[in-house]
Design a protein around this ligand. Structure first.
Ligand code: BTN
Length: 235
């Protein structure tokens, strides 16, 4: 395991993806990213003070693809748990893998894959103040609690907790994880728009299914979605 630290970098995910010699749990941390990436080609604003990091997870050939398909949910679960240890706030989970607090986004996760490595990238609005552009949608922990956090300590706690929660998941605890995520389900009962690649659907957010998909009520019918970005109506 290696730790790569940068004052400034395009993206910690891109860096690990392109790394020639990869090791399990190599970590890249950047104080600032110039091309921070979110899901669906979105930009992730990466101002000084936030925690921007990625780490590698080597695929285990004995574990099924189906089990790995829920990895983003397991990362989200783990991140929730780490935040709950840090502050007694009502953190929520927004399927597929964002953490919300006070109706605003605190943290986002981007899971990618290259060869037999998953690249798990996490952005946390920690000590940064949210820029004008994102103020309506995002919030940082410091803006809520007025505290300054030790960034590296939090990053290594996130990774340590993830290792433990991944073992918990692989040892057969998916339903426990799922129940917890559903108890923290930010989208439950909300009017949402599902932004699929070529069309948009409107409905009411329901629960996360056993497969890790999201149930949405559309015109009285329950449908499940595995892809697509979910937007809350009016946002
Ligand atoms: C999202 O909300 O869509 C996911 C955001 C993920 C941002 C993190 S910051 C560290 C890592 N490097 C990136 O370019 N993206 C992830």
């Amino acid at each position: 395991m290696k730790i790569y630290r940068f004052k400034e970098l395009d993206s910690t995910n891109t860096f690990l993806k392109n790394l020639e010699i990869k090791n399990n749990y190599d970590v890249a941390i950047a104080d600032k990213q110039t091309l921070g990436r979110g899901r669906s080609g979105n930009k992730w604003s990466s101002e000084i003070g936030g925690a921007y990091f990625s780490f590698l997870l080597k695929e285990n050939p004995n574990i099924s693809k189906e089990e790995y398909s829920r990895l983003p949910l397991v990362v989200g679960y783990s991140l929730l748990k780490t935040f709950e240890k840090l502050e007694g706030l009502d953190f929520k989970f927004k399927w597929t893998n964002d953490i919300y607090v006070l109706d605003k986004k605190l943290s986002g996760i981007l899971v990618e894959k290259r060869e037999d490595f998953y690249i798990i990238g996490i952005g946390i609005n920690l000590n940064n103040s949210i820029t004008e552009e994102f103020r309506e949608k995002g919030i940082s922990l410091k803006e809520i609690t007025n505290k300054d956090y030790n960034k590296e300590e939090l990053i290594f706690n996130v990774i340590e907790d993830f290792k433990n929660n991944l073992n918990y998941y692989f040892s057969g605890s998916w339903y426990e994880i799922l129940n917890y995520l559903n108890s923290k389900n930010y989208l439950f009962g909300k009017n949402i728009i599902i932004d699929l690649r070529n069309k948009k659907e409107e409905g009411i957010g329901q629960t996360i299914s056993k497969k890790g998909e999201f149930f949405v009520e559309i015109k009285g019918e329950i449908r499940s979605f595995s892809i697509g970005e979910i937007h809350i109506k009016g946002f």
